[in-house]
Design a protein. Structure first.
Length: 256
């Protein structure tokens, strides 16, 4: 059965969507069958994959209501991976799922029938610790936590770690944290150097902090506007190399 990886952090703007998209693109180039899952009502991953979220009639919202619709909502991308899209309709799903039986396993019911079709399913989690994030953790085998190299980003991680421990103890004992991915590193400032040291001190040695640092670059924003992965739009920048090296490490460690 294929692996499920969730890119998680309750803080927005730390590179979750960028990581999901570019990791999926690199792994596809390396010969892996990848499914991307947009679990954020903002639909950023969906847009970045070349689809206009507000124009879609069927999204993951519909599959959460009826998992039999899963195959109907899967879209293709122009760079290889398949996509389960999202749009603003997803914003009301948490409220609607509150009284649903096995509400924390709705995403699991969507993904389990199609897991064998892919080497890896990558979930782009929403920036919160709500029911959708709980669903992602329950469905996943693995977690990668992107943290931007700044003080406020590090402060908010404790809540996420508490949720992971609760899921491991009550809902999904197979869930493991693969590692923490430092993002938005700006080598021109002392602050990011300090923040990176704080990230390593906070997590290591219990949780790995990847050496594949994602350097800040305006090219990431330009790639998003162009609806392309960074490995296609600006393939030679250090951030692109970071995602290539992360993908190779996941394969080397048999995490895919």
């Amino acid at each position: 059965m294929g692996q499920v990886l969730v890119i998680a952090n309750q803080k927005g703007g730390v590179g979750k969507t960028t990581t999901a998209l570019n990791l999926g693109a690199v792994l596809t180039e390396l010969g892996k069958d990848i499914l991307l899952v947009d679990l954020d009502p903002q639909g950023g991953l969906t847009f970045h994959c070349g689809h206009e979220p507000d124009e879609l009639k069927l999204t993951i919202y519909n599959a959460l209501q009826n998992e039999d619709m899963t195959n109907e909502i899967i879209l293709e991308t122009n760079f290889g991976p398949d996509l389960i899209p999202a749009n603003v309709d997803l914003a009301v799903s948490e409220m609607e799922l509150m009284n649903t039986v096995a509400r924390e396993r709705r995403l699991t019911a969507i993904l389990n029938p199609i897991r064998n079709n892919y080497d890896l399913i990558i979930i782009d989690g929403q920036p919160s610790l709500g029911l959708l994030t709980l669903n992602a953790m329950t469905a996943a085998n693995q977690v990668i936590i992107p943290i931007s190299c700044e003080y406020l980003a590090l402060r908010g991680v404790d809540g996420l770690m508490k949720m992971i421990k609760k899921v491991q103890g009550q809902l999904n004992s197979n869930l493991k944290v693969n590692g923490v991915l430092p993002t938005m590193f700006d080598r021109r400032t002392n602050h990011t150097e300090w923040a990176l040291k704080q990230i390593r001190d906070r997590f290591e040695p219990k949780i790995k902090v990847y050496n594949h640092i994602i350097y800040r670059s305006i090219r990431f924003a330009e790639a998003a506007e162009a609806q392309e992965p960074i490995i296609h739009y600006a393939k030679n920048i250090p951030g692109a190399d970071g995602y290539r090296n992360l993908a190779r490490e996941l394969i080397k460690n048999n995490e895919i």
